[in-house]
Design a protein around this ligand. Sequence first.
Ligand code: F6R
Length: 235
Amino acid sequence: MNVLVAKTANDAERIAYTLIKERISGKHDFVLGLATGSTPVGMYQMFKQDALDCSHVTSVNLDEYIGLSPEHPQSYNRFMKDRLFDEVPFKQSHLPQGDAPDPQAEAARYEDLVRKLGVDLQLLGIGENGHIAFNEPGTALDAKTHVTELTESTREANRRFFDRLEDVPTHAITMGLDTIMNAREIVLVATGERKAEAVQHMIESVPTVDWPATILQAHPGVTVVLDGAAASRCA
Ligand code: F6R
């Protein structure tokens, strides 16, 4: 694990963005794994400010809430359109379909798609409980794309995007830990004191299902970009 600690959150985002830009630029075809949540928003802003050419880039997102249509304002589909895709055209963009009639079949379809595409670089955030994508504590290390029940702490953490806690979906379709580990390269960004405990476990704990991000220690191409606050508990 290559761990970089920047002074501010903005510096961390700039470092991660620059790394992604370097990888994408000059390539013929590139498959980029994207995340939602607060962490990547500043980076997506940089894509837009730079008018980064992504016309040769196929994107695959990590996850989507079950029960929300792609047009729903809080769906990750909508999030990606609003924050990035409406201004930066990609060759193709894929997310799981949250309102698919058979979520298990949709998870299997998405797993197949991601495997066939082969992710060159996957961008990740991390949850306060150590989740990556929506692989909550206890998820099997060999999990493929699957339907998962969100923990109360994750629903609480994501409540800020919804009017009421009751509106936060209870389930999601998420790439599994094994799906993520299959990416050629991984860039995880974590900023803020709230992430410090999860970051400490990710870097320093023996790999355990209790802190799903610890699995990343076994990947040969991981760069972790932190700000000082997120790194504050690390030795
Ligand atoms: C989002 C995702 C999640 C988030 C994590 C951190 O697609 O898969 O794992 O990366 O919950 O969220 P933020 O960035 O909002 O703190």
